[in-house]
Design a protein around this ligand. Structure first.
Ligand SMILES: [Zn+2]
Length: 506
């Protein structure tokens, strides 16, 4: 498809509230071709980043080595890089260019506890026993996002395109953690659109509500100890409060909408039976298909906790832990991404890669389907009941979503098997596809005021119907201790496996 920048563009740009001086009649396809060449030329550099991040295997909020490498690479590539914004040392924001339109790539690079695994083998073989590792492949996000941003920069430079391409690596996605803080800090205030990037087993986009809203809080009850046999009447049992809260919520379940989810774990349940416990703690996740409904259920949960404290004569402290809005995929942006998916296509898998995937699926007890050979059609993918803190971003700025085909279908994330492939050839080829589709889609957003206007109009309608509110308590500060002890336990042993890579894009 040859799209030229039309004369009405300036008018639309004015309506969007910024100048759109790009008037050159360079066909969009030529711009994209240039970006594809940059990706092909730098494929090894991209892979070097992603592979290096795999062996860092850093948990959320502790992504120090990973963001150091990303900062070094992006600075050398001509980006202005900020590390440590919004009060989080591993929060990375990079930009190239100036002014509007401003388009951002949003993603993360954190690993998971217990995910250490020797890549390439499907026998359970941790690199470091019990250590963390990339069993969701977030390491690939680092290479693909940086590569696409660089390719866009090359095109901007060559053709004097106005605007800004930005890159956001938010800490601790696996703990649903940082994005409400990034939104509160105002990172997306002057951003016109984002594309959220995530590894998948296919190249795909989507629109509408993609997953669930979630609220996570710790409820701590404080009572009074006493001897369980000698003077139990002097005690106030904090674990009784935990139990009563649990029963109370079970009584509520019948009266909740069928879309809700709620699950808990008891994090302090006493020491031994003959000591009346003065501390009881229960950690809850409440979810629903949208945030107002999740919040309604959460408020009932708080009432139940207050009731449990009243019944037991204990006191109650509620500590916010995390929250996430469901991801809202913008349809106009999804349609633009889908066109690029169809242009780029799926990777050409070798016979060897297909055999590997099928053998792996067989060993893992999954349907033996091999790797996908066609892109996923744009359509109503069912809303997932899991959550992602990037959801908050999608309610303050129009958001496209892109998944790229770097893992084996059927091998589920969050188990060690998913750490077998992130540095192999299947992952590498999928990353090339991902970077091309991402760069082309960012270029569409940068050069088409009509697309931005359509995305904005749709976004305004959706968020008018359901306005965003933050669940962050006003005085909440990011928990920088998150995962620190766990990470430091393994870092020295993991260091032996680090790759000495200094990728330089050209
Ligand atoms: Zn993820």
């Amino acid at each position: 498809m040859q799209r030229k920048i039309i004369s009405g563009a300036a008018k639309i740009a004015l309506m969007l509230g910024f100048a759109f001086p790009f008037s050159a009649s360079v066909p969009a396809n030529d711009l994209k071709q240039l970006a594809f060449e940059a990706v092909d030329r730098n494929a090894q550099q991209m892979i070097d980043i992603s592979d290096a991040l795999f062996f860092f295997g850093e948990l959320g909020m502790q992504e120090f080595e990973s963001t150091r490498l990303l900062k070094d690479t992006l600075t050398a590539a001509g980006f202005k890089v900020e590390l440590g914004g919004a009060g989080m040392p591993t929060n990375l924001w990079a930009e190239y260019g100036s002014g509007r339109p401003k388009i951002a790539i949003v993603t993360e690079v954190d690993a998971l506890p217990g995910g250490s695994q020797t890549p390439g083998t499907w026998e359970r073989k941790p690199l470091v026993k019990d250590g963390p590792g990339h069993m969701e492949g977030h390491n690939t996000h680092g290479g693909v996002a940086s590569m696409a941003a660089f390719a866009v920069k090359q095109v901007m430079q060559r053709h004097n395109l106005p605007g800004t391409v930005a890159l956001s690596f938010g800490p601790a996605e696996e703990q649903l953690y940082s994005r409400p803080f990034l939104v509160r800090a105002g990172y997306f205030k002057d951003v016109d659109a984002i594309i959220y990037l995530h590894i998948r087993d296919s190249v795909a986009t989507g629109f509408g509500l993609q997953n669930y809203a979630a609220i996570s809080s710790l409820f701590t009850f404080t009572g009074k100890t006493a001897h369980g046999a000698v003077n139990p009447w002097d005690g106030k049992d904090a674990v009784d409060a935990v139990v009563l809260m649990d029963i109370g919520f079970d009584k509520l379940r019948e009266h909740l909408k069928p879309t809700y989810r709620a699950h808990r774990t008891i994090t302090a349940g006493g020491i031994q039976p003959n000591i009346i416990p003065d501390k009881g703690q229960i950690w809850w996740f409440v979810r629903d298909a949208n945030m107002p409904d999740a919040k309604e259920t959460y408020e009932k949960l708080v009432k139940i906790a207050e009731g449990a404290a009243l019944m037991t004569g204990t006191t109650l402290d509620i500590q916010y832990s995390a929250s996430a809005w469901p991801q809202l995929g913008n349809k106009a942006i999804a349609e633009a991404i889908q066109k690029n998916i169809e242009v780029v296509g799926v990777p050409k898998w070798s016979e060897e890669e297909q055999v590997f995937a099928k053998d792996f699926q067989k060993v893992a007890g999954r349907p033996v389907l091999g790797l996908r050979t066609t892109p996923v059609a744009l359509g109503a993918r069912p809303q997932a009941t899991s959550s992602n803190d990037n959801g908050d971003v999608s309610w303050v700025v129009p958001a496209g979503l892109l998944g790229f085909p770097s893992s084996v279908p059927g091998i589920a994330y969050h188990e060690w098997k998913a750490a077998v492939t992130p540095v192999g050839s299947i992952s590498h080829k999928g990353q090339v596809t991902g970077a091309k589709v991402l760069a082309a889609s960012i270029l569409d957003l940068m050069t088409s005021p009509e697309l931005l206007q359509k995305a904005r109009a749709e976004f305004e309608a959706e968020t008018k119907r359901m306005p965003y509110f933050s669940l962050l308590p006003p005085d909440a500060k990011p928990d920088l201790e998150l995962n620190r002890v766990e990470m430091e336990k393994y870092r020295a042993d993991m260091r032996k496996f680090y790759l000495a890579r200094t990728p330089r894009f050209n």
